[in-house]
Design a protein around this ligand. Structure first.
Ligand SMILES: *[C@@H]1O[C@H](CO)[C@@H](O)[C@H](O)[C@H]1NC(C)=O
Ligand SMILES: *[C@@H]1O[C@H](CO)[C@@H](O)[C@H](O)[C@H]1NC(C)=O
Ligand SMILES: *[C@@H]1O[C@H](CO)[C@@H](O)[C@H](O)[C@H]1NC(C)=O
Ligand SMILES: *[C@@H]1O[C@H](CO)[C@@H](O)[C@H](O)[C@H]1NC(C)=O
Ligand SMILES: *[C@@H]1O[C@H](CO)[C@@H](O)[C@H](O)[C@H]1NC(C)=O
Ligand SMILES: *[C@@H]1O[C@H](CO)[C@@H](O)[C@H](O)[C@H]1NC(C)=O
Ligand SMILES: *[C@@H]1O[C@H](CO)[C@@H](O)[C@H](O)[C@H]1NC(C)=O
Ligand SMILES: *[C@@H]1O[C@H](CO)[C@@H](O)[C@H](O)[C@H]1NC(C)=O
Ligand SMILES: *[C@@H]1O[C@H](CO)[C@@H](O)[C@H](O)[C@H]1NC(C)=O
Length: 299
């Protein structure tokens, strides 16, 4: 579809905007335009993180750790396959980058048992999918785009399997996955990275201040409290879901979530009420999850 057609479609779809100001947003949202090497090193940064995550905890947790936590006996073996995929992604990107490849860092993950491992795996695979999706518009080489798309689909399958088969939730959020900017993904990944080799190339991305939501697992429609550093006067909570952005006002550091949210959504504080971009983002993203169809008996 031509871009102009997409824009016309987006305009038509937003014509009936609700008072919450929900709209489709297909425009570029990043402040930086990285070059091909930087994009591949961005992808490799995430793949190193995932690779280390699976290596660390699959060495630690046995099949009985998983079954004791209520998971089926075959679950750990599937995670081993996912871990192997991430190791292959690391090898593939490292080989493509040659001497410019960024190396693995040290990490710290909030994992204490098989259940917290499963929950974080689902989040990391979802962020990975959103990261490749958001980066796609910056990839001009068709061969690189095909390779990135190939990894994107696999990360999406990982997330779908974790959510549906292991967590017994719907494997998707809506008909559209949420693209995230480089800076948004950097913001989500940075808390897990404790130190990196000084020889790693600097990437032109920044992490936004943290956004903490209370309660941590709100329901759609809830009034939530927000904690972040930055100017909250006239700020909006922007919910990024699929290709949509929904804006709700922040008042006295609280906001009321829209009704009807499903699956995984990302929330940022922005001083725009119409289009989130890195240059109007104050804090976030926070990851909010609204499981649905969790009683499906045959996921
Ligand atoms: C996205 O917004 C469009 C137009 O406002 C709406 O028709 C669609 O249902 C929304 N999708 C989601 C997942 O909220
Ligand atoms: C903010 O970034 C967006 C997306 O890159 C761009 O379209 C817009 O012009 C920028 N606004 C300002 C004030 O720099
Ligand atoms: C990408 O940008 C970095 C930083 O400016 C530079 O060192 C590198 O040579 C560039 N690579 C390409 C392929 O343009
Ligand atoms: C952001 O949150 C992470 C973990 O949630 C924490 O490690 C980090 O210190 C926080 N950063 C700031 C600036 O509060
Ligand atoms: C990782 O941590 C170890 C132990 O603290 C330290 O020796 C090493 O230099 C760190 N590596 C990197 C890449 O920061
Ligand atoms: C949400 O709750 C807070 C604290 O009880 C209250 O100050 C605020 O007015 C509420 N916000 C909305 C939008 O209802
Ligand atoms: C905070 O944001 C409001 C609304 O954009 C603006 O009027 C005010 O000057 C800002 N305050 C600071 C300290 O930046
Ligand atoms: C702002 O929120 C605080 C904490 O939730 C609450 O105690 C206070 O009454 C609220 N103030 C206003 C003006 O709503
Ligand atoms: C909006 O927020 C961005 C990021 O914090 C800041 O650079 C910009 O000055 C703010 N704009 C207004 C009008 O407050």
């Amino acid at each position: 579809m031509k871009f102009a057609t997409l824009v016309a479609l987006a305009v038509a779809l937003t014509a009936t905007a609700s008072p919450l100001r929900s709209k489709r947003a297909l425009a570029k949202r990043d402040t930086t335009t990285p070059n091909a090497t930087q994009i591949l090193n961005y992808a490799l940064t995430l793949e190193h993180l995932e690779d280390t995550f699976y290596k660390t905890y699959l060495a630690k947790f046995t099949e009985s750790d998983f079954t004791d936590a209520g998971f089926a006996p075959w679950v750990r073996g599937r995670f081993v396959q996912i871990g192997q995929h991430e190791a292959e992604h690391v090898a593939f990107l490292t080989s493509a980058l040659g001497s410019e490849a960024t190396a693995a860092c040290n990490y710290s993950f909030p994992v204490t048992d098989a259940a917290s491992f499963v929950a974080l795996s689902g989040i990391l695979e979802g962020v990975g999918s959103s990261a490749y999706l958001g980066a796609a518009q910056f990839i001009s080489d068709p061969a690189v785009l095909t390779a990135a798309g190939s990894i994107l689909v696999t990360e999406g399958r990982h997330q779908g399997w974790v959510q549906a088969a292991v967590e017994k939730e719907a494997p998707w959020s809506s008909a559209f996955e949420t693209p995230q900017t480089f800076d948004e993904v950097f913001s989500l990944a940075s808390p897990f990275i404790t130190s990196c080799p000084s020889t790693n190339p600097a990437l032109p991305f920044v992490a936004f201040p943290n956004l903490t939501v209370t309660p941590a697992t709100p329901a759609a429609g809830d009034n939530i409290t927000l904690a972040f550093s930055g100017n909250s006067t006239g700020a909006f909570l922007a919910i990024l879901h699929g290709l949509n952005q929904t804006f709700v006002p922040i008042s006295n550091n609280s906001a009321t979530l829209p009704a009807g949210l499903q699956g995984t959504v990302y929330a940022v504080v922005s001083n725009s009420s119409s289009a989130v971009a890195d240059n109007n983002t104050i804090a976030g993203p926070a990851i909010l999850q609204f499981p649905f169809d969790s009683s499906a008996s045959n996921p």
